[in-house]
Design a binder for this molecule. Structure first.
Ligand code: HSE
Length: 398
């Protein structure tokens, strides 16, 4: 019998108990043993749940119980989640989590502690809900030189943008629906400000390239300032507006950014709608590969947690999805890094071509042109269009 504990019995924590119960037979076959939830730690009263007899409020009960080998931290926030996780790892217990905030801020310290004590710190559910993207980056894509990651990494904002685009819903009503469906954070500011997507791209970049940057160093813009004109502009370019988190590795460093972007219809990310998340990875010899699935929600996220519980029990070769090459790579400014951009410019089309011969004209109406510029930095484009009326400039995902 393998004893585990769950810290935080909210949406995801209770989902972990459900996924373990729903798949009991299969899991027992894989690990050759049974898993029992020995403790559930929560501040809330659990007396009306089937786990009332296992409810505890003191973390030391779990830390000091040698029976418990794996603990699921589903508390959210950095404290006390960080202190509890460190204490558990030091006590020789593996920790699995869906807590992107603690991984994005302190993942390197948690991983180092896990390594030092010969246990696992696993966090697949912290990025993309149920999508197995960290496992893929850390394992299946080991042989590939990853040069770019673009992701729709927040289900709430993708749900809001989809409802606004497809059903003309207002921002407020779409957000309220996302909250009712259990997708949004307790405080949805982290969703709509882009902070949640920012944490997730930081984790992806750290697993891909070994550098865990600070959130303060990643330019991050959410969807609060989006207007219906931005959405119409995206459609005029032949695309849709989505909140995209990107990480790009160049010869001179890593560029990371989160912002609304025009995703052109040819790009597979275009089809990720509603609460779905999608992560497109440019993976060296493999080329582009995309991971798509439920990025939020109780059971999808809990399924990733349970896979990590199984991995913690079965794996002996690695301590976690490693930030495997600690490095000093510089962080590049998105303004100065060549990328693709969609612009709305009021000017004579001939003048536009004179200034940037490689541009693609996507749409024209009454002397106002929607254009696409690729492999150029925003700074270079603005310098080339100096003196022209640039009405909009959004990142493009081509
Ligand atoms: N609030 C998050 C989202 C939950 O909407 O994607 C999953 O991390």
């Amino acid at each position: 019998m393998i004893s585990i504990a769950i810290l935080g019995f909210g949406n995801i924590g209770s989902g972990v108990a459900d996924v373990l119960a729903n798949n009991e037979e299969k899991i027992s076959k894989i690990i050759g043993d049974e898993i029992r939830i020995k403790y559930v730690l929560d501040k809330r009263d659990l007396s009306d749940t089937p786990y009332a007899d296992r409810a505890v409020t003191d973390i030391d009960v779990i830390v000091n119980d040698p029976d418990v080998t794996v603990v699921c931290e589903m508390m959210g926030g950095t404290q006390p989640a960080y202190d509890y996780s460190i204490a558990l790892l030091k006590a020789g217990k593996s920790v699995v989590t869906s807590n992107k905030e603690v991984v994005a801020r302190m993942g390197d310290l948690l991983l180092a502690t896990a390594r030092e004590h010969g246990v696992h710190y696993l966090y697949e559910a912290s990025v993309g809900g149920g999508i197995p993207i960290l496992h893929a980056l850390d394992d299946s894509l080991k042989s590939c030189a990853i040069s770019r990651i673009d992701g729709i990494l927040n289900g709430t904002t993708n749900y809001i943008l989809t409802r606004m685009h497809d059903c003309n819903a207002s921002f407020e009503s779409a957000l309220s629906e996302a909250r009712k469906l259990g997708y949004a954070e307790a405080n949805p500011t982290a969703d709509i400000s882009g902070a949640d997507a920012c944490r997730k791209i930081m984790i992806l970049a750290a697993v891909a390239w070994g550098k865990l940057v600070s959130a303060e160093d990643v330019p991050c813009e959410g969807i609060t300032a989006i207007t219906s004109e931005d959405s119409t502009f995206a459609v005029s370019c032949g695309g849709a507006l989505k909140l995209i988190a990107s990480a790009v590795k160049t010869a001179s460093g890593i560029m990371m950014t989160v912002s609304p972007a025009v995703v052109l219809a040819d790009n597979p990310l275009y089809s990720a709608k509603g609460v779905f998340n999608a992560v497109k990875v440019r993976a060296g010899d493999l080329g582009d590969v995309m991971f798509y699935g439920m990025g939020a929600g109780k059971l999808p996220t809990a399924s990733a947690v349970v896979s990590d519980i199984i991995a913690a029990i079965n794996r002996s070769d690695s301590n976690g999805y490693t930030f495997f090459l600690p490095n000093d790579e510089s962080l590049l400014s998105p303004e100065e890094t060549p990328d693709a951009f969609c612009l709305l410019v009021q000017a004579d089309a001939d003048i536009l071509y004179e200034r940037i011969p490689s541009l693609a004209l996507l749409n024209s109406k009454d002397g106002v042109h929607s254009i696409l510029c690729e492999d150029m930095s925003k700074k270079t484009i603005y310098e080339a269009f100096d003196g022209l009326a640039v009405l909009k400039c959004l990142r493009a995902i081509v």
